[in-house]
Design a protein around this ligand. Structure first.
Ligand SMILES: O=C(O)CCC(=O)C(=O)O
Length: 262
């Protein structure tokens, strides 16, 4: 599986992409057939190197962000992908992502081992691991689809990510329990960026002292193509989870991009 270039080299990949875009935007010219042929050849060569690049514009489109910043909940969210992009990306991820099996598909809760109620995988820079709920999750080398989405998300978030946790929910029976992403190895200054593809699902934030402080839960409908940024100090004070939804019969893939310090 091809691995993605290290962070420093990524900028030049993005610049190359813009050059490809400019080239393919040139109008046909009968006068300079040689240039056309060269461009065609370059476009074909570039197609070999890029996968999602031809459908994800690295030029940021204007999106409408919703911001919530109250009671230490500091989040923003927006749909960043068009419908045609979402469909193609979902299919590419379905063909590229390999999910964990065996021990890595299980979780320990209060000393008992359970199957994770969804499929899970992780991709990242070489050597990056993530430890949570007593499990050390290794990362596979970035696959092309995830590397392209990482580059796109990095531009919206304005930070770098070296790891992505992938969760696949086959339908509304699959779920994620309440938890805080507050592990020490997560860079607290880098928001966790959560990208949803496929079925929409509710995402519930619950404050750790909600009873004492009389704070209501905050429910966000995570839609296809939506990016949610969880900024500090959200994960110090708020749990989040994805409850089951019986009426949902479609799959959903969620990507949480993170910056791990290890
Ligand atoms: O699927 C989701 O949106 C939940 C993801 C999540 O909470 C996590 O990866 O920590």
């Amino acid at each position: 599986m091809p691995s993605s270039p290290p962070a420093k080299k990524r900028k030049s990949c993005i610049e190359n992409y813009f050059q490809v875009q400019q080239k393919s935007a040139k109008p046909d010219s009968k006068v300079n057939e040689k240039n056309d042929k060269d461009n065609e050849k370059n476009d074909k060569d570039n197609e070999k190197d890029v996968t999602l690049s031809d459908i994800i514009s690295k030029k940021l489109t204007q999106v409408e962000w919703t911001l919530i910043n109250e009671n230490n909940l500091n989040i923003s969210y927006a749909v960043i992908l068009r419908a045609d992009q979402r469909f193609a990306i979902f299919n590419q991820l379905e063909s590229e992502i390999e999910y964990f099996t065996g021990e890595l598909a299980k979780v320990k809760v209060f000393g008992k081992i359970y199957n994770i109620p969804r499929q899970q995988s992780a991709y990242g820079d070489p050597g990056i691991t993530y430890r949570y709920s007593g499990t050390t999750v290794p990362s596979k080398p970035w696959c092309p689809g995830l590397a392209n989405l990482r580059d796109l998300v990095e531009q919206y978030a304005g930070v770098r990510y070296n790891f992505v946790l992938v969760n696949r929910y086959k339908d509304g029976d699959d779920k994620m329990g309440d938890h805080k992403d507050d592990e020490k190895e997560l860079d607290p200054n880098v928001p966790i960026a959560s990208l949803t593809l496929g079925a929409e699902r509710d995402f519930i934030f619950k404050h750790q002292d909600r009873k004492k402080n009389n704070l209501e839960n905050v429910k966000i409908l995570l839609k296809d193509g939506m990016l949610l940024l969880m900024k500090k100090p959200t994960n110090t004070f708020w749990y989040h989870g994805l409850p089951p939804r019986k009426s949902c019969h479609q799959p959903r893939i969620n990507l949480t991009f993170r910056q791990i310090l290890n």
